[in-house]
Design a binder for this molecule. Structure first.
Ligand code: FAD
Ligand code: NAP
Length: 330
């Protein structure tokens, strides 16, 4: 790797959801000249939803619009924003090294991890077979294909209920399948769901198998299993939307940083400091509890302030040290 492919920055922000962009606004205003890499989903999870009704200050804003506004804000404050996916991150020494997909290497004195979360899947072989052929994790992306058809949504959280409601715009019938007898979604969403004549809820059932045909390849239904008795039944469906939650996108750091609850990056309470000084985490990648746009943005702000403090301390420690000398340990 030649020097030409190396890019040096004080602060590298990985991720372009609410956490990353908010960190960028604060860091840019602190004159840290941050570089933000967007990853394969510029704007993050809110770009795959429609109406957002709990971003404070906006009674309703479309998710993709909100994220474009955040991007423009971060850019206007002086953030360098790159369409780049980080394939590998080396946190073993400073400057930290992030290896981009296209061959670029980013050398950073501090890193803010804001890689968010990704949809979880059921883990059934039949689900894998029909992914993209009737099995989806994004109603706003694929709902359009089910005009006048029957679809099923799996899950009982906000995402499942929102996806089910969204799908009623296209599909003839939407069946929500939940493994318990009550939903964890917000009450206002539950109210809308139960009031919708196109929606039926099947309680206490899990998916046993996705049923389908090979020619043409497509889903025809689901075999469901009662969570307590194990009794099975079939449900006709052309589309299946899996909405059973999200897992943190922490693959880059799982073997380098402390994690909790199956991969969420651990931060010191009340801060965004991870187990490695100079590496900060914000948003869904560290948060298994709240997982909201506004809380992610709040943590993004904290991460930028934590990074600013860290960099200032480093600079103070470096005064009087020859430039080429290795940095003192913490
Ligand atoms: P994310 O939004 O998850 O963004 C992660 C970013 O990291 C992406 O830009 C991705 O490209 C990037 N990235 C990941 N890996 C890499 C890598 N290796 N290299 C470079 N970049 C990388 N919350 C609400 O408050 N209100 C809502 O109405 C709402 N609706 C939702 C609807 C849906 C369908 C979903 C899925 C979620 C919804 N949420 C909502 C939750 C909200 O979207 C998340 O809490 C929030 O987006 C988390 O922000 P984040 O910045 O942590 O990360
Ligand atoms: P979630 O709240 O974790 O809900 C996941 C749902 O899937 C739960 O009902 C869970 O059942 C079920 N489930 C999990 N594993 C399953 C399995 N293997 N088989 C069957 N069912 C399974 O996830 P989410 O709905 O994706 O929401 C994630 C976060 O984003 C939340 O914090 C949510 O508030 C936020 N969000 C907010 C909005 C909004 O504000 N409007 C919209 C979307 C998302 P149990 O209930 O039995 O655990």
């Amino acid at each position: 790797m030649g020097m030409a492919d190396e890019k040096r920055t004080k602060l590298l922000i990985i991720g372009s959801g609410p956490a990353g962009y908010t960190a960028a606004v604060y860091a840019a205003r602190a004159m840290l000249e941050p570089v933000l890499v967007q990853g394969v989903q510029p704007g993050g999870q809110l770009t795959i939803t429609t109406e957002v009704e709990n971003w404070i200050g906006e009674e309703m804003i479309m998710g993709p619009d909100l994220m474009l506004k955040m991007e423009a804000h971060a850019r206007a404050m002086g953030t360098e924003i790159l369409f780049e996916h980080i394939a590998r991150l080396d946190l073993s020494e400073r400057p930290f090294r992030a290896y981009g997909d296209g061959g670029a290497v980013y050398l950073a004195d501090a890193v803010i991890l804001a890689t968010g979360a990704q949809a979880r899947w059921l883990g059934l072989p039949s689900e894998e077979v029909f992914k993209g052929f009737g099995v989806s994790a994004c109603a706003t992306c694929d709902g359009f294909f089910y005009r006048g058809k029957e679809v099923a949504v799996i899950g009982g959280g906000n995402t499942a209920v929102e996806e089910a409601l969204y799908l009623t715009r296209h599909a003839e019938k939407v069946t929500l399948v939940h493994r318990r007898d009550s939903l964890r979604a917000e009450k206002i969403l539950q109210q809308r769901l139960f009031a919708n004549p196109k929606v039926e809820v099947i309680w206490d059932h899990v998916v046993d198998e996705v049923l389908g045909q090979t020619d043409p390849k497509g889903v025809t239904g689901l075999r469901l299993k009662h969570a307590a008795t194990g009794a099975t039944r079939e449900l006709a469906a052309h589309g299946v939307f899996v909405a059973i939650g999200h897992a943190p996108a922490s693959e880059l750091v799982r073997d380098q940083l402390e994690t909790h609850h199956g991969g969420y990056v651990t931060v010191q309470p009340g801060s965004t400091r991870t187990s490695i000084p100079g590496v900060f985490a914000a948003g869904d990648v560290t948060d298994h509890v709240y997982r909201q746009a506004v809380t992610s943005a709040g943590m993004g702000c904290m991460a930028a302030l934590d990074a600013e403090k860290f960099l200032a301390e480093q600079e103070a420690a470096d005064v009087g040290t020859p430039r080429a000398a290795p940095r003192a340990a913490e």
